[in-house]
Design a protein around this ligand. Structure first.
Ligand SMILES: *[C@@H]1O[C@H](CO)[C@@H](O)[C@H](O)[C@H]1NC(C)=O
Ligand SMILES: *[C@@H]1O[C@H](CO)[C@@H](O)[C@H](O)[C@H]1NC(C)=O
Ligand SMILES: *[C@@H]1O[C@H](CO)[C@@H](O)[C@H](O)[C@H]1NC(C)=O
Ligand SMILES: *[C@@H]1O[C@H](CO)[C@@H](O)[C@H](O)[C@H]1NC(C)=O
Ligand SMILES: *[C@@H]1O[C@H](CO)[C@@H](O)[C@H](O)[C@H]1NC(C)=O
Ligand SMILES: *[C@@H]1O[C@H](CO)[C@@H](O)[C@H](O)[C@H]1NC(C)=O
Ligand SMILES: *[C@@H]1O[C@H](CO)[C@@H](O)[C@H](O)[C@H]1NC(C)=O
Ligand SMILES: *[C@@H]1O[C@H](CO)[C@@H](O)[C@H](O)[C@H]1NC(C)=O
Ligand SMILES: *[C@@H]1O[C@H](CO)[C@@H](O)[C@H](O)[C@H]1NC(C)=O
Ligand SMILES: *[C@@H]1O[C@H](CO)[C@@H](O)[C@H](O)[C@H]1NC(C)=O
Ligand SMILES: *[C@@H]1O[C@H](CO)[C@@H](O)[C@H](O)[C@H]1NC(C)=O
Ligand SMILES: *[C@@H]1O[C@H](CO)[C@@H](O)[C@H](O)[C@H]1NC(C)=O
Length: 620
């Protein structure tokens, strides 16, 4: 979640006034199972408190997963599709593993997501599918019109994955009512899978909401969703040909993120993008597409694969040098890790989810080596010498003594990252978003839902790695669909429908028209233009809900501001433009304009129209 607008990133203004809580190192600390279980219980409660109806989510629509109860510096009082889906993935796994009380939360998730799919928003509407790429909504299930990094194309895939895992449980039951429920849930899943099959090959914003391009995390979770979605659809007797046709193209594309040494987090980026590409994006992508039944497969970047191990080593090393709190760490110690070295958000700090992710990936790899040889090559030797200084190249078979030593070292290293995190968990066990690179004090949003969910999945991974509990479900990484195809671009246009049987209202227009408003308006740097009008899509003439324009094509000769808006067909809208000045004052045009939106093309596809305007005084 985060500050993402390009403007904000460029301004590079650290958030001031963040109150650092007093640090109580090692209050809960000391690694090991008993502290992990205590913090795990705190984390499960922390998640539940942040869901509408929970103790820290008053005024939130029942069942909606809030990102954090923090309402200022930063205000995360919204629901993000990605954070909610990752949290629900954890909840569904725990439900399957016996926490039956979670079923109500899952069913509320199904119905609230069915509603959200129909809420038209600045990314678009359901009719074209484009609206599914919207990253966040108000917690009362209405659209958020503010400036943001959109679309973000990982959300639908992650939501599909959470619901597919639940549906497989429903279908595995002998109760036919559960089978009917699976058919209703499918209507939500299907919209998300169609979205992935249609839009996977287009750019969007990454999980940190900053980079417009192709994101490893997004591509990896999209591929996973289509593979498991096709398998589930077949069980339900649905047509899955679109997913089957795109999955191999996507796996092929996924290989482009590998540069021979580590995973490039972002490719197909815009000119001027200048980062190494080493980023927690890739570590989280590997975790989210872990398959306990897979081999140490490089092509799907499994945790125990050479690629994943090399990437993990490169990732950890980056943060050794840049954070003050890591200053005394030796080359074999655990360190606090963050998103990426170039991070400037809240001055760029370590995060709980990222430091825990290192442990989680190691526990998953350990579990995979129960069935796979450890093959240490010259490429992975530096990683192995980090976890086990006397490691040597060779093949180590399950059950051999040396293999057991290596595996014990992997678990110890994972534990040392959990221990490192515990050093910076304050008394009471609350998990914020970040902790200070200077002194380890918690920073940014408090009680971050994703931090709690990440602690829970790390704990479950550890339990499974030590053979003390069940693993997460397989998604079919060893299946035919997760094998290479040819590297072709691709897109299948599908038909989206409100998931009425899952709780969606039947009000979304079946088709929409994409309108480009071109406005000539001379502006100075720091002055921004917005569009608003008399419909909900145009913010009901409310200045706060006006839609931001882009000046990407602005030149002195052609002072062009562009607004792209998806509107229902055949309605007349009234609209005006406004300027927001650097001092936050607002200048509104003196005219109200009217525009008659045309009908959709006869085949019901997305229509388009162009409007050319010139700013009308006051101002230039
Ligand atoms: C965690 O909660 C469970 C009940 O959900 C309880 O049985 C267990 O004792 C708790 N563990 C710790 C360490 O508090
Ligand atoms: C935080 O955001 C919510 C949702 O937009 C808004 O209702 C609330 O007023 C904001 N809080 C503050 C303190 O600005
Ligand atoms: C939803 O919440 C937003 C932000 O708090 C508020 O501005 C808006 O009026 C609410 N909409 C409805 C329909 O309650
Ligand atoms: C399916 O149900 C059987 C019998 O209840 C159970 O043993 C198995 O673990 C279940 N599988 C899944 C994927 O839930
Ligand atoms: C689309 O797919 C092709 C083929 O894999 C690839 O070269 C291209 O970079 C992809 N573009 C995006 C934006 O995904
Ligand atoms: C993101 O990049 C694409 C090109 O890949 C471009 O068409 C689009 O306008 C960009 N989006 C934003 C918000 O800059
Ligand atoms: C990219 O970043 C590196 C390291 O910060 C810097 O040395 C280099 O000059 C930058 N290159 C460009 C083209 O901005
Ligand atoms: C590093 O070690 C020195 C000497 O023991 C100590 O004074 C300092 O506080 C330590 N720094 C950190 C960040 O742990
Ligand atoms: C392997 O470990 C067992 C049990 O610790 C020990 O008895 C045996 O000698 C070891 N074998 C080798 C080759 O080190
Ligand atoms: C706009 O107004 C309509 C009708 O009053 C209302 O239903 C809708 O929630 C409003 N939309 C926003 C974004 O405030
Ligand atoms: C906007 O400016 C461009 C470049 O000067 C011009 O070609 C175009 O006609 C103008 N648009 C309108 C609606 O006047
Ligand atoms: C918006 O204004 C147009 C033109 O005045 C009018 O035809 C239309 O009914 C209005 N829409 C709404 C939702 O009030």
């Amino acid at each position: 979640m985060l500050l993402q607008t390009i403007l904000t990133a460029l301004a590079a203004t650290p958030l001031h006034g963040v109150v650092a809580k007093p640090l109580h190192p090692r209050q809960i600390a000391q690694p090991g199972p008993s502290n992990i279980e205590t913090e795990y219980n705190i984390s499960i409660q922390g998640v539940l408190d942040n869901i509408g109806g929970g103790s820290k989510a008053s005024g939130v629509y029942t069942g909606v997963i809030l990102a954090s109860p923090s309402t200022q510096e930063p205000n995360y009082s919204y629901t993000w599709t990605r954070d909610a889906a990752l949290t629900m993935k954890m909840i569904v796994e725990d439900f399957i593993h016996g926490r039956t009380s979670f079923r109500e939360q899952i069913q509320l998730y199904v119905s609230t997501q069915a509603i959200l799919q129909t809420v038209s928003n600045p990314s678009g509407a359901l009719g074209s599918g484009r609206g599914l790429g919207e990253p966040k909504y108000y917690s009362n299930l209405t659209r958020f019109n503010g400036d943001w990094g959109r679309p973000q194309r990982d959300g639908p895939a992650l939501r599909a994955t959470a619901l597919i895992t639940y549906s497989r449980w429903l279908l595995n039951s002998t109760d036919t009512a559960n089978h009917d429920e699976a058919n209703n849930v499918w209507d939500v899943i299907q919209n998300d899978l169609i979205y992935v099959a249609q839009y996977w090959n287009q750019t969007g914003f990454d999980l940190w909401e900053e980079v417009n391009g192709s994101s490893f995390f997004a591509s990896a979770v999209q591929h996973r969703a289509l593979v498991e979605g096709a398998a589930l659809g077949k069980l339900l007797g649905k047509d899955v040909s679109a997913y089957e046709s795109q999955a191999p193209n996507m796996l092929c594309f996924l290989q482009s993120y590998w540069n021979g040494e580590y995973i490039l987090a972002n490719i197909n980026t815009e000119p001027g993008f200048n980062r190494t590409g080493i980023d927690a994006n890739s570590v989280l992508g590997v975790i989210t597409t872990y398959d306990p039944e897979a081999s140490c497969d490089d092509s799907t970047f499994q945790p125990c694969s050479d690629r994943s191990l090399m990437n993990l080593k490169a990732y950890i090393d980056v943060f050794r040098a840049i954070y003050t709190i890591n200053k005394n760490a030796t080359a074999t110690d655990a360190v606090a890790v963050g998103r990426y070295a170039e991070d400037i958000y809240v001055d760029g700090n370590p995060w709980y989810i990222t430091t825990l992710a290192v442990a989680e990936i190691l526990y998953y790899a350990k579990a995979q080596w129960a069935n796979n040889d450890i093959v240490i090559t010259d490429r992975t030797l530096p990683f192995w010498q980090y976890v086990y200084p006397s490691a040597q190249e060779g093949t180590y078979k399950p059950g051999q003594n040396e293999t057991d030593h290596l595996l014990a070292a992997i678990v110890d290293t994972g534990d040392s990252f959990v221990d490192k995190t515990f050093e910076y968990i304050p008394e009471g066990g609350g998990l914020a978003e970040q902790f200070s690179r200077e002194n380890g004090a918690p920073l940014s949003a408090r009680d971050l839902t994703w931090s709690y969910a990440a602690f829970a999945t790390m704990r479950n991974a550890r339990v499974a790695a030590l053979d003390n509990g069940p693993s997460v479900q397989s998604w079919g990484a060893p299946s035919k669909l997760a094998r290479f195809g040819t590297c072709s671009p691709g897109s299948i246009t599908g038909t989206y429908k409100p998931a009425v049987n899952a709780g969606a209202p039947d009000t979304a227009p079946p088709c929409t028209v994409l309108i480009t408003f071109n406005l000539n308006a001379t502006t100075f740097y720091g002055e921004n233009l917005y569009l608003f009008g008399n419909t909900s899509d145009l913010g009901n003439f409310s200045v706060n809900d006006a839609l931001a324009g882009t000046a990407k094509e602005y030149t002195d000769e052609h002072p062009l501001w562009k607004f792209v808006v998806e509107l229902p067909p055949a309605e007349t809208v009234e609209y005006s433009y406004l300027r927001k000045e650097p001092d936050a004052s607002v200048i509104v045009e003196t005219v109200h304009r009217a525009f008659a939106v045309p009908g959709c093309p006869a085949d019901g596809s997305l229509g388009d129209a162009l409007v050319e305007d010139v700013w009308v005084a006051p101002g230039k």
